[in-house]
Ligand binder design. Structure first.
Ligand SMILES: Cc1ncc(COP(=O)(O)O)c(C=O)c1O
Length: 474
């Protein structure tokens, strides 16, 4: 695969850093998202300052294979000079102008049309935001507005799922079902009901995959009866739950959930913030992988490969008919952000999509993804590895104390952190999430990289077992 990257060696002097001062400034002033302050106050942060293709480099000059694509987002890999150029050209030509009140700009118009072309057939209308949380938040407002306009104002409740991750604006955090994410925060409970997550690994003991699917669909049906379809606006789901632990649904789950939603006039929203833009081998996974036709698909992250903040809500023709009609004389669709359709972000996304198409990156994921999954399964021999799961470039390893009972290690063993630290010592960054380790690489890994990564992980899990034993956890 040919790629053009800026390399760490030709970093301009304006981008060279004094790492000690920078570390101090960061520690003194930057409130980081999702940071464990029990460690931060003492250790501060590792600064990642350079990048190149599948690699990132820290402020000490250590180079790592990026196993998490930044944060599930740098799909085309790091240091793509042509994306930088497209952004610079747009920024110098016209960095920003309003998209409110019948104004638009060229990259936003081009990108909206391109997304309509790539999305499933009836999703032809795009509402732009600045990221995944904002996309989900804006979607719920639009969905409520849609039902109000249809004369169904009682349809307000959103069905989400436990362990779902939909972001951290107030509304997106309320949709999120990872309990610890909302410890001591408030949530909008009157708007959201959480169903069970679809988690094949931890399904009830002895239940077949097919029965498990029936069980989850029955729970949806019962919940609808309980709350009343007239009070429910939408069901929102990630095709594969990401931050909740790369939880795999049983075969046919999404299609069946959608059938029940359709029968009850409940909109089906696919949160493809992670699964979109190639991670599962297609621009969108909803139809191509899960055989669903969502009313709305949300995307962000891989949409611009993280080169610029951007989110998009792809809306069906049917919903647009309602949104696209003034609610009253002089009325406008009064929602949107200063940066909806930001020209520089849209220019980045257009170039990113051009690269994904030109380099056949979805095809690479379809070819290398199954190899990655198969090689990763070899780690299951390690004493603490309970489950290796996921699909294509979205994978997780669940660590346990006991494989038979699936009992977890105590939280204070920090098993995910231990594995991640051992991997990092050996030149690979993976993501620890509690007792899990997540892999969501740039989509340009080839088989040779997979072999190197799995060899590193093999050593990292062996070293973790030794350290857990030394500390009395095993
Ligand atoms: C499925 C999903 N939805 C929404 C979000 C929130 O996106 P953002 O962090 O860009 O607001 C994320 C972020 O990880 C995500 O994984």
């Amino acid at each position: 695969m040919t790629t053009t990257h800026r390399t760490a060696g030709n970093t301009p002097s304006s981008l060279r850093y004094d790492r000690r001062t920078l570390w101090q400034k960061d520690k003194d002033h930057f409130i980081h998202p999702f940071t464990d302050f029990s460690l931060f106050h003492e250790k501060g942060c590792d600064l990642i300052v350079d990048s190149d293709g599948i690699y990132v480099e820290d402020a000490h000059g250590n180079r790592f294979i990026d196993g998490i694509a930044g944060l599930w987002c740098v799909n085309v890999g790091h240091g793509r000079a042509e994306i930088g150029q497209a952004m610079a050209e747009q920024a110098t030509r016209m960095a920003y102008f309003s998209t409110f009140n019948n104004l638009s700009n060229a990259p936003a118009a081009e990108l909206a049309a391109k997304l309509a072309e790539l999305a499933p057939a009836n999703l032809n209308h795009v509402f732009f935001s600045c990221g995944g949380s904002a996309a989900n938040d804006a979607t719920i407002r639009l969905v409520h507005y849609y039902f109000n306009r249809l004369g169904k104002p009682s349809k307000k409740r959103i069905l989400s799922r436990r362990n779902a991750y939909h972001g951290t604006t107030y509304l997106a955090a309320s949709l999120t079902g990872i309990e610890s994410n909302n410890w001591d925060f408030d949530t909008l409970d009157h708007l959201v009901t959480h169903l069970s997550e679809a988690n094949l690994y931890r399904r009830p003991e002895g239940m077949s995959e097919a029965d498990y699917c029936d069980h989850l669909v029955a729970e949806l049906e019962e919940t609808i009866v309980e709350i009343g379809a007239e009070n429910i606006a939408a069901f929102i789901a990630e095709p594969i739950m990401g931050a909740g632990g790369v939880l795999m649904p049983p075969q046919g789950y999404h299609a069946r959930m959608q059938t029940v939603c359709r029968a009850n006039d409940i909109l089906f929203i696919a949160d493809e913030v992670v699964t979109g833009f190639g991670r599962l081998g297609h621009f969108f996974a909803s139809e191509a992988v899960f055989d669903t036709q969502p009313d709305i698909i949300n995307c962000a992250k891989g949409l611009s490969s993280g080169y610029a903040p951007l989110g998009a809500t792809l809306i069906s023709d049917e919903i647009y008919k309602v949104l696209g009609t003034p609610q009253r004389k002089g009325g406008v669709l009064s929602t949107g952000f200063t940066y909806s359709g930001h020209p520089v972000s849209c220019a980045a996304a257009l170039k990113n999509i051009e690269i994904i198409e030109r380099e056949a990156i979805c095809e690479n994921v379809r070819e290398v993804g199954p190899y990655l999954a198969q090689k990763l399964k070899t780690l299951a021999d390690h004493e603490t590895v309970g489950d290796v799961r996921g699909s294509h470039f979205m994978l997780a390893i669940e660590n346990v104390a006991d494989k038979a009972t699936k009992k977890l290690l105590p939280v204070e063993a920090r098993v995910g952190d231990r594995v991640a630290a051992e991997a990092q010592k050996r030149g690979l960054i993976i993501r620890p999430v509690g007792h899990l380790n997540i892999l969501s690489p740039p989509l340009i890994w080839d088989r040779e990289v997979v072999d190197r990564v799995v060899a590193i992980l093999d050593e990292a899990f062996a070293a973790t077992t030794v350290s857990l034993k030394a500390d009395g956890y095993l």
